[in-house]
Design a protein around this ligand. Sequence first.
Ligand SMILES: [Zn+2]
Length: 237
Amino acid sequence: MSAETLQEAATSLPEEFAALAGLTPISDGGGLFCGVPENFAIGNRRYQWPKGSHLKWSIGFSRLSVLSDMDCKDLITESLREISSCCNVTHEFTTGNNSNLNIVTARMDGPSGVLADCGIPTNVSPKTTLRMRFDSSERYGNYENPPNGSIDFYRVFLHEALHWHGLGHKPANVGGSALIAPMYSTRIRNLQKLDIQELVLRYGEATGIKPPSPTGSSDGIWIWVPGGKSQATNPNK
Ligand SMILES: [Zn+2]
């Protein structure tokens, strides 16, 4: 299915269905995640970087809506930790031009619709640079619960980062929710079981214990559960 066909389907998504699925119809400012073509998801070939890769990333913009490049850097660092915590890849920010991912802004299709896109590792070497583009027409911010008309940068980045790691959109007929589903959801912000399965399939389990560091909260400790998601517990209970 082409991105255009998907976009048409999303535009005609019945509002009740969209609400049930936690999706915001395009008419209300919802959107597709990205313009990565659907045929990429259908092929039998599995795209990826070599197992154990140490991938570098760089930022090629100074501002995205209300977010500065440093705000984005923090959010990107945090979201990439979700990936490196569950499979055998690591990441590093670089200001040089030797990155494996250059993150830029671009005028894409105006507000809503396609939010971003990203290159996929079809035939890569350690020197390959892929590009991730964010639509500068969107109202991006940092939102656990995105208000109407605003887009949460964290989950869109993490979705695109899954493409950067070689994942294709999960077809709609696969059971269960996934961040790599082609539609932006106001309910799914973090990696889901299906996303983690796809990462582990490509890169194997994470080798080191790298617990995500909690940000802005001191009422619990983070415990890394091998093969699963991090869980917060309250030590005072
Ligand atoms: Zn996508």
